[in-house]
Design a protein around this ligand. Structure first.
Ligand code: ASP
Length: 538
């Protein structure tokens, strides 16, 4: 990690403040409100024996071991409304309390610091990022691996003082970071992107899918390019404090498909969503009986969120056969969200009494608070089943307004997806049959049932009166060759470049599929367009 690219050390280009500049007997307001919740940063051994179990202490005792706070030029107040806890015991009711404290004191302070145990810090950060809406002030969560009450050589004091400075950007001459962040071990991290990677090291957190928002060495430097923008003018800060705790992770590991573990978990009373921790880019075993357990759960109203066990990189459903089947079973993808953020996001989305399962699923696939790099917007076409054959090789699916907030240059991919699709090929030609026979002789892997591929062309917004559309049509999205499928499933047509050049968010778009292989057929149950839009350019 270097400080290169993190040039904006202060908003006006001057050196950040240093103690000597300030008369600390006159404290500047607004200051920072500290929400003290305990954790190692607020713990010491219970008995004089240094090896006795650690206990959390009240704020006053903690503060008496951090006298440096008194040398800061601004007011630092504390809320002790949440009793000091080991963070293993912090959960939705404490998160709601934190949100309420911030809401009640929002106008009085420049920013907020939450002192917290390290164990569940990323859950608290993730939950708050979805609970605090239109946040325009910094909320910085920090803690320590070693407290100042235990040892002079500690990380508590540095973490706390730096968090306080970042939380008061006007005094510290830093850019405003209007986000829920974790500051720890010299790094300012987006809270809902962070994972705890070390049980004892001072650099305990990382954000594997985005760079740090800032670094603190001899100076504090903020990478403004990736900090979330301030809320739009006129939007007022608000909070959501209702969470639904019926969300459970299901850890997929080799062999689980031969057990009833997943079925038992999905059968849990009150379960509303499962965060299915998949392999790699979003794959799980495809044994039909195993997939059926999930399909049945989805039919029963349980949201299935596909989130990778792998900390870096996104889930991309539909790239491999193993995950294409998941789309059909009703899984929604979490892109590159962390496991912890997925859990909290679903709790908050399902806590909304007005949101039904479908609303929560659509929102889950979109970036709400910087928690994922790409949003997926699905536009469903009602009554969009169809069949193509020699009789009618061309079908136009009528235009509807495409969902989402995105600009065309942020569209990574756009797909026409046909669900429950079956492709059949014309009878196998003699030469193909001969080639197949040769392969069989050589003990080669079995060739597909037919060696003929089936060709299609797709057009966007094609005028029905154009009898012979060709690649010069502005809506030409490409030619596609597909193998006839042995079974029904998802069939995907990548229409990205035509989509980018012809469609804007909210506009109506129709698509036309033309079957170009005589004797072949394509039939499907329903269709949608999935748009993948990047949140920012890093
Ligand atoms: N068990 C402690 C907690 O999370 C660990 C820590 O703070 O480092 O509260």
């Amino acid at each position: 990690l270097t400080f290169q690219g993190y040039q904006q050390s202060s908003v006006d280009g001057s050196d950040p403040w240093c103690d000597q500049e300030y008369d600390v007997s006159e404290k500047v307001t607004p200051g920072v409100l500290v929400i003290y919740t305990g954790g190692t940063i607020g713990s010491r051994p219970r008995d004089p024996d240094p090896d006795s179990p650690q206990i959390v202490v009240p704020w006053e005792e903690f503060l008496s071991h951090t006298p440096e706070v008194g040398r800061l030029p601004f007011e630092v107040d504390a809320s002790e409304e949440i009793p000091p806890l080991d963070s293993c015991n912090v959960g939705p009711s404490e998160w709601s309390k934190m949100a309420e404290i911030i809401f009640a004191n929002y106008d009085e302070y420049a920013g907020f610091v939450i002192l917290h145990g390290t164990d569940t810090m990323v859950y608290t950060a993730s939950a708050l990022s979805f609970m605090l809406r239109d946040l325009a002030k910094p909320v910085i969560i920090t803690g320590a691996q070693r407290s100042a009450m235990v040892s002079t050589r500690n990380d508590a004091t540095q973490n706390f003082l730096t968090a306080l400075e970042i939380a008061n950007p006007a005094v510290s001459r830093l850019p405003v970071v209007p986000e829920v962040c974790i500051f720890f071990g010299g790094k300012l991290l987006r809270g809902n992107r962070a994972i705890k990677i070390d049980t004892s090291g001072y650099e305990a957190y990382e954000t594997p899918n985005i760079p740090p928002l800032g670094l603190a060495g001899d100076r504090i430097v903020i990478n403004e390019k990736i900090v979330r923008p301030l809320p739009d003018r006129g939007r007022k800060f608000s909070i959501r404090t209702r969470l639904d705790t019926g969300v459970m992770p299901i850890y997929v590991s080799p062999g689980i498909q031969d057990t009833s573990i997943a079925e038992a978990q999905l059968d849990t009373a009150g379960l509303r969503a499962a965060v299915v921790l998949s392999f790699g880019s979003g794959n799980i075993p495809t044994k039909p009986e195993f997939l059926e357990v999930f399909r049945a759960a989805r039919e029963g109203g349980v949201i299935l969120a596909n989130v990778s066990q792998c900390p870096r990189g996104p889930v991309e459903q539909g790239i491999y056969e193993t995950s294409a089947q998941l789309v059909e079973a009703g899984f929604v993808s979490g892109n590159d969200i962390t496991i912890e953020a997925a859990q909290c996001k679903l709790m908050v989305l399902l806590g909304d009494p007005d949101a039904d399962v479908e609303d929560a699923e659509l929102a889950f696939q979109q970036n709400l608070a910087g928690e994922q790099s790409t949003s997926m917007f699905v536009t469903k076409y009602g009554k969009s089943n169809g069949t193509l054959d020699d009789e009618s090789p061309r079908l136009r699916i009528r235009g509807v307004g495409v969902e989402g907030r995105w600009s065309p240059n942020h569209v990574e991919r756009a797909l026409v997806r046909l669900h429950g699709a079956t492709i059949t090929a014309p009878p196998v030609s003699d030469s193909a049959r001969e080639r197949e026979a040769l392969k069989v002789k050589k003990d080669a892997p079995a060739a597909p049932a037919s060696l003929e591929t089936v060709a299609f062309r797709v057009f966007l917004n094609l005028d029905d009166s154009v009898a012979q559309p060709d690649l010069n049509d502005p809506g030409y999205a490409g030619e596609f060759r597909k193998w006839p499928a042995a079974s029904t499933g998802l069939s995907v047509f990548d229409i990205s470049s035509a989509f980018r050049s012809t469609v804007s968010a909210g506009e109506r778009v129709s698509f036309t599929i033309i079957l170009d292989t005589p004797g072949a057929t394509l039939a499907w149950d329903d269709a949608d367009i999935a748009v993948f839009a990047k949140e920012f350019d890093v």
